[in-house]
Ligand binder design. Structure first.
Ligand code: GLA
Length: 381
């Protein structure tokens, strides 16, 4: 068996849940794959196509096997996996560590080893593993380790996407389970509040995320504009400025980038955000260094700066204004370790406008829009 190290950097792809919830089927997944390919998403790095909850029948068959809903998937799961692979993508599916999934389909509790083999036979490359209906007396650590072992010995390379919502201090032990990514928060919804709350809740957890096991801040809501699959997810939608900030934060904080909108109906503003190669390159940097936070005393309380050292010596700088009015944000180079006495400066490249803005020394200040962000890639000169 070829077992290789997977997810050196955060995985990228698309997940059906945010927009489609239970309304998934073979045609939708195929159309999404085609559309991702045509619009350059695969080339940009979005390789995993993940079908979330609600793909199976409500009960297992008489042999205890999971069965795909034949109305939603008339040609079966293997045929769909083959289609996805033929287009150059990888295929993700969903199960749960409890007795039932969150939408009340069969979970993998005490079926872990046979389910992992079933997923491998179908050609699955990625399993999202949720946390609903976990029997009260069961320890989550044991259940996630159990599925981690089962997948690692399933006969196929399958990325293990743990979805434990940040409970039980998951960041402290999840790496030991074999998970390649771990959900660290409750479900996102398509609102500025949700984006802001998730980002703020993870600023102090950055050190726990790294190569082969990434802090998953949940699927992106970029481009959904309030069209979620249920009332909770819809939540009113966001502006393009807010979606850009969401993407900038997830990228700088090394989260997986899993698109959640309907890619078949995407507009130009959304494409511009999601296909931004300069920002994706920061997220996908091979060393996965944790970003650190700078809070220059002159900056308002609603703003902060994230700095991430990149593998070629470049420095990514993200300026974030979570407040409701525009704010001047200052980066004091001394705070990131760069002394004025060194004589060195930083050449700033704006990753959103895609332009060089020149060499700065000692400090750099910029006005950042309300709910806005700026992302720069800096070279030391
Ligand atoms: C949980 C997860 C979501 C999604 C749903 C599916 O709420 O956190 O991401 O997978 O279950 O039912």
């Amino acid at each position: 068996m070829s077992r290789k190290a997977m997810c050196a950097v955060p995985p990228m792809g698309w997940n059906s849940w945010n927009t489609f919830t239970e309304n998934i089927n073979e045609d939708l997944v195929k159309e999404t794959v085609d559309s991702m390919k045509e619009q350059g998403f695969l080339e940009a790095g979005y390789e995993y196509v993940v079908m979330d909850d609600c793909w199976s029948l409500r009960e297992r068959d008489s042999e205890g096997k999971l069965v795909a809903d034949p109305e939603k998937f008339p040609n079966g799961i293997k045929a769909l996996a083959d289609y996805i692979h033929a287009k150059g993508f990888k295929f993700g599916m969903y199960s749960c560590c409890g007795t039932r999934t969150c939408a009340n389909y069969p979970g993998s509790f005490e079926h872990e080893f046979e389910d992992a083999k079933q997923f491998a036979r179908w050609g699955v490359d990625y399993l999202k593993y949720d946390n609903c209906f976990k029997p009260q007396n069961q320890d989550g650590r044991t259940l996630y380790r159990r599925m981690g072992m089962a997948l690692a010995n399933s006969g196929r390379d399958i990325v293990f996407s743990a979805c434990q919502w940040g409970t039980d201090s998951v960041h402290e032990w999840i790496r030991s389970s074999g998970a390649h990514l771990f959900r660290s928060t409750e479900d996102i919804n398509d609102s500025w509040h949700s984006i802001k709350d998730i980002a703020l809740s993870q600023l102090d957890k950055q050190a726990f995320s790294g190569s082969y096991c990434h802090n998953d801040m949940d699927m992106l809501v970029v481009g959904m504009y309030g069209k979620g699959g249920n009332e909770y997810i819809s939540a009113g939608g966001c502006t393009d400025e807010e979606y850009q900030t969401h993407f900038s934060l997830w990228a700088m904080m090394n989260s997986p980038l899993m698109i959640g909108c309907d890619i078949r109906k995407i507009n130009d503003a959304t494409k511009k955000i999601l296909l931004n190669q300069d920002i994706i390159a920061i997220n996908q940097d091979i060393e996965c260094r944790s970003p650190f936070q700078l809070n220059c005393v002159s900056n308002s309380i609603d703003t902060f700066v994230l700095v991430k050292f990149l593998s070629n010596g470049d420095i990514a700088v993200g300026m974030f204004n979570l407040g409701d009015v525009p704010a001047m944000v200052t980066v004091d180079f001394w705070d990131m370790g760069l002394t004025a006495g060194s004589g060195r400066g930083l050449e700033f490249y704006d990753c959103i406008k895609h332009e060089n803005i020149g060499v700065k020394k000692e400090i750099f200040s910029e006005t950042v829009a309300a709910h806005g962000s700026k992302v720069y890639r800096c070279k030391m000169v």
